[in-house]
Design a binder for this molecule. Structure first.
Ligand SMILES: C[S@@+](CC[C@H](N)C(=O)[O-])C[C@H]1O[C@@H](n2cnc3c(N)ncnc32)[C@H](O)[C@@H]1O
Length: 291
């Protein structure tokens, strides 16, 4: 649920956009969407949204900071990837990194080998823009998380902060790809919209507390153009789907972090905000190791 002002609601289709320059919303449908159609819609939507998204959220994310979620939990606080001393000697891959803020933070902490990739070329141009402003180079690649252009076991650590995983139809396939490029002994950590949110409207106020649709309905949230082509797609996987995908990929689940809304964070981002954040989880962060 990222796209409404960076995160679009899967349940209501209503948008609260802080910035005018997002792609126009399409007609809302609920239907199956395969890997190719999801990637096509995602690439074109994020290309069109990247400027507005970075204008709205770039300040909160920080040019070289590592924020896991709208709750504001940072990797500096959480240490989910392991200690920085260990990370410095590792090869790290960021999945769906957008403008690469997280990967850039790792580079700024002295992690030498970090690669970030994203489906959207425009997001990668923002990454380059920030690099030039900061004088810090983050290597980036344009790629689809569903078909990684990297060798088996090429990375020691793979992570994603809301990149790609909410947008893929098969959690199993995406997890298998991430696991393939991870070396034995490596770790995968990724944050996604907390699956329970699928049942609620994407409304950060008290109106967002009423269950409106089944948690078990896996049909994608789709916005279509006048020809029925998907222009925005978001997929839902239950907690059990994620756990099964992790186990099926051969990983061992180490933690499921559900960040609580912290006092002092009054920022509303799509369906996330302090009113609901204090009562129900908004983000799930899965951490799993490859034996
Ligand atoms: C909500 S942003 C998260 C990026 C960054 N961590 C941030 O907080 O801005 C989601 C990103 O996932 C990318 N994305 C969506 N589907 C993808 C896919 N199949 N493969 C790679 N990237 C994808 C989008 O282009 C977008 O940049």
């Amino acid at each position: 649920m990222w796209a409404d002002a960076g995160r679009r609601p899967p349940t209501t289709g209503g948008h609260v956009q802080e910035h005018d320059d997002y792609p126009a919303p399409g007609r809302v449908e609920r239907r199956p969407v395969d890997a190719d159609e999801s990637a096509r819609a995602g690439r074109s939507w994020w290309d069109g949204a990247a400027d507005a998204y970075q204008a709205d959220h770039g300040g909160f994310l920080g040019d070289a900071d590592f924020v896991w979620c709208p709750e504001g939990l940072t990797e500096a606080e959480a240490g989910l990837l392991g200690g920085l001393d260990d990370l410095r000697g590792r090869r790290v891959l960021e999945i769906g990194g957008g403008a690469g803020q997280c990967g850039r933070w790792l580079r700024a902490q002295g992690v030498g080998e970090v690669v970030s990739f994203d489906l959207s070329f425009r997001q990668l141009q923002h990454s380059r823009r920030i690099d030039e402003q900061l004088g810090l180079r983050l290597p980036v690649v344009q790629a689809d998380a569903q078909r990684l252009p990297f060798a088996d076991a090429a990375f020691d650590t793979v992570f994603s902060s809301f990149g790609a995983f909410p947008f893929v139809p098969s959690a199993d396939d995406a997890l298998a790809e991430a696991t393939r490029v991870l070396r034995p002994g490596g770790r995968l950590v990724f944050s996604v919209t907390h699956p329970v949110r699928w049942s609620f409207p994407d409304d950060p106020t008290e109106h967002g507390f009423t269950v409106r649709q089944s948690y078990f309905d896996r049909r994608a949230y789709v916005e279509e153009d006048d020809h029925g082509n998907a222009v925005y797609v978001e997929h839902h996987h239950t907690v059990g789907d994620w756990v099964r995908g992790i186990a099926g990929a051969g990983l061992v689940l180490g933690d499921l972090v559900e960040p609580e809304w912290p006092p002092g964070n009054d920022r509303v981002w799509g369906g996330w905000g302090p009113v609901r954040g204090r009562m129900i989880p908004g983000t799930a962060i899965f951490s799993a190791d490859k034996p």
